[in-house]
Write a protein that binds this ligand. Structure first.
Ligand SMILES: CC(C)(COP(=O)(O)OP(=O)(O)OC[C@H]1O[C@@H](n2cnc3c(N)ncnc32)[C@H](O)[C@@H]1OP(=O)(O)O)[C@@H](O)C(=O)NCCC(=O)NCCS
Length: 267
């Protein structure tokens, strides 16, 4: 499932939700959940929606297509569920405020840990990544889409990335394109700038997962850690975390425990 085996997984989420009030998440840990919509039963939707707050519930009602509503509900229920799993606070108790470029950040008490979270959703899959203090971004994409990969890459990717994409056989174009795309989106989401950050100003090496910045970007590759995942046959996912000493980071990436979310909704 992890596409790079350069780090032993730390399964700190395996031992169950927070106990004795000691938060599971620290500035050295990242918790990453994904939720495959195919796993969610008809009877689950109402329960998942009950984990959302009023504002999210009313936003979810405004989607035109059921498919978009469901993935929104899955993403935001996972987000609130992961926060509860790691901290013990009630799912609906969390408030978000939008930063300058629209990145939702948790409102945390000034004397407590500054939790940082990011959500991504695509057709059939939702993901959420949580840590403390560190800039964090996650991106998921559906693999089955037919995109004009090379043309699109030429308008948004760095020259080196376009060369690599041009060199791979047609059968690998979509996967290579989306491998770059998810990493790039994870980075722009971590820094909070979204697509207002030009995507051609930085590039990735898909083997080492190192980032390279051109002269227009004031950032340090040494402070970044990236991971790639294949959460299922139809999806790619990438994670970006800013950390002054990335080797200390422990990342637990796992499917969201649906049974836990169901129980949470029943409380
Ligand atoms: C952030 C952005 C890259 C999301 O891309 P996407 O692949 O369509 O969506 P994803 O599913 O991966 O992520 C969406 C989630 O990211 C979060 N998000 C929104 N803005 C964000 C930002 N600037 N940085 C990080 N995360 C952001 C939200 O939680 C959102 O989910 P929600 O709307 O259900 O709450 C893109 O929408 C964007 O750049 N927005 C900022 C506005 C902007 O610069 N627009 C430029 C065009 S005018």
């Amino acid at each position: 499932m992890t596409l790079t085996e350069n780090r032993a997984a730390d399964r700190f989420l395996l031992h169950g939700p927070v106990a004795n009030g000691k938060p599971l998440i620290t500035s050295e840990r990242v918790a990453l959940w994904w939720l495959d919509l195919a796993e969610i039963g008809e009877g689950d939707w109402g329960r998942l929606a009950s984990l959302l707050n009023e504002e999210e519930r009313s936003r979810s009602e405004r989607f035109h297509f059921e498919r978009d509503k469901q993935v929104y509900v899955a993403a935001h229920a996972s987000c609130r569920g992961l926060l509860t799993y790691c901290t013990g606070h009630a799912p609906q108790s969390w408030q978000f405020a939008a930063e300058d470029y629209g990145k939702p950040e948790l409102v945390c008490p000034p004397d407590g840990p500054r939790l940082r979270i990011n959500i991504s959703h695509t057709r059939g899959l939702a993901a959420v990544a949580l840590t403390v203090d560190r800039d964090i971004g996650v991106d998921v994409e559906w693999l089955q889409r037919s995109a004009p990969t090379e043309k699109l890459a030429e308008s948004v990717f760095a020259a080196r990335e376009c060369e690599i994409l041009a060199a791979v056989p047609d059968s690998q174009k979509i996967e290579t394109f989306l491998s770059f795309w998810t990493l790039k989106e994870a980075y722009v989401k971590a820094i909070g700038k979204g697509l207002s950050q030009p995507l051609a100003a930085f590039s990735f090496d898909l083997e080492t997962l190192r980032i390279h910045f051109d002269d227009t970007v004031r950032d340090d590759p040494e402070n970044w850690w990236f991971e790639r995942y294949r959460p299922g046959p139809d999806h790619l996912m990438a994670l970006a975390v800013r950390h002054p000493d990335p080797v200390r980071l422990k990342i637990d990436a796992t499917p969201a425990p649906l049974e836990y979310l169901r129980c949470l909704a029943a409380i």
